[in-house]
Design a protein around this ligand. Structure first.
Ligand code: TRP
Length: 333
């Protein structure tokens, strides 16, 4: 077992989709065999832009946990925990707030983009603006050293390391090791519309919990080549989402190459091509869906897994916070 500690997580705002699967879930299934791995269900962070809809966050904690277990994240190997049940994360966030300026937060490229996407304008909630600070607390509360994230999260990890350096420097300590980002090769899967990264909010996602029927509908609506009107017309492969997915999900590379050539030559219809992709995706998703359905029949069992993981994390968090208070001279009696 390597001594690195992996910490990663998701905001529970919906069930997880294929983008999560290729971008992070499969990596976690591998990482859990090599490292001590913590997986955070970031409900507090999810509330920073969903505070008006607490039910959305609350309900999706179970959904995300089901997805984790269904893809093969093993609670014997990975510690899955719920952010809001670790009060030490909130305490640590308060201490870190002194170490970060308002201007630094406003300059964080990830936060800047997300503020635009959410249309906050000048009305940015402090909690949202400051989520990189609480994310630094997520990471350091378990002394995470390896942080698998999408490349869009890099500036947040950068900011975590600034906080770590400042903290260690000011309080003359080395309790916190730096956090190394681990970027997945496939961190941005295109949505079925071909326009943007797959995301629930853009309605272009294929969920791991989609039924066979839903999956089929989504594949049949997938963006291909708008100029490929007749079967015999030559079609374009670049930007064609069906081929983007075949490149990622079909292990038979020769077959994909053959299909590409046939499509470009003309004579390969979109429907035939899409039926082929559907089969490939169905083969991947069907076993996940089946495991998920089985687990969903026993939500108490899933919640018990989260409870155990959270209790385990709580012990580590208490230890870290006691070290923090020690170096910050917050020990009175
Ligand atoms: N911000 C991450 C996301 O949107 C989720 C997250 C919360 C996270 N805390 C984390 C990721 C700590 C890595 C480490 O995907």
């Amino acid at each position: 077992m390597n001594k690195e500690i992996v910490l990663t997580g998701d905001r529970p705002t919906g069930p997880l989709h294929l983008g999560h699967y290729v971008g992070s879930l499969i990596n976690r299934v591998t990482l859990q065999n090599q490292y001590k791995q913590y997986i955070l269900i970031a409900d507090v962070q999810a509330l920073t832009d969903n505070y008006q809809h607490p039910e959305k966050v609350s309900e999706n904690v179970l959904q995300v946990a089901l997805d984790y277990l269904a893809v093969g994240i093993d609670p014997e190997k990975s510690t899955i925990f719920i952010q809001s049940l670790i009060p030490q994360i909130a305490e640590l966030t308060i201490f870190y707030m002194n170490l970060v300026t308002l201007n630094r937060l406003k300059r964080n490229p990830t936060v800047k983009t997300e503020i635009q996407q959410r249309g906050f304008g000048e009305q940015v909630p402090i909690g949202f603006l400051a989520y990189p600070i609480s994310q630094a607390a997520d990471i350091t509360i378990v002394k995470g050293t390896l942080i698998p994230v999408g490349d869009d999260q890099l500036p947040v990890i950068e900011q975590t390391n600034e906080i770590i350096r400042t903290f260690n420097n000011i309080y003359k300590t080395n309790i916190f090791p730096e956090a190394k980002p681990l970027i997945s090769k496939a961190s941005r899967l295109t949505g079925v519309d071909g326009k943007a990264k797959m995301s629930k909010s853009l309605s272009n996602a294929i969920f791991l919990s989609d039924s066979s029927d839903e999956l089929n509908k989504k594949v049949m609506k997938m963006y291909t080549d708008p100029n490929h009107l007749h079967v015999n017309d030559p079609g374009k492969v670049e930007g064609n989402v069906v081929f983007t997915y075949l490149d990622i999900f079909d292990n038979d590379k020769e077959k994909v190459e053959e299909l590409k050539q046939h499509y470009q030559r003309g004579g390969l219809g979109d429907v035939v091509l899409k039926k082929y992709l559907f089969e490939i995706l169905e083969k991947l998703i069907d076993p996940i869906r089946k495991r998920r359905e089985l687990l969903a029949q026993n939500p108490d069992h899933v919640m018990k897994i989260l409870k155990d993981g959270t209790e385990k994390t709580l012990k580590v968090a208490e230890q870290t916070l006691s070290e923090v208070k020690n170096v910050m001279l917050l020990k009175y009696y």
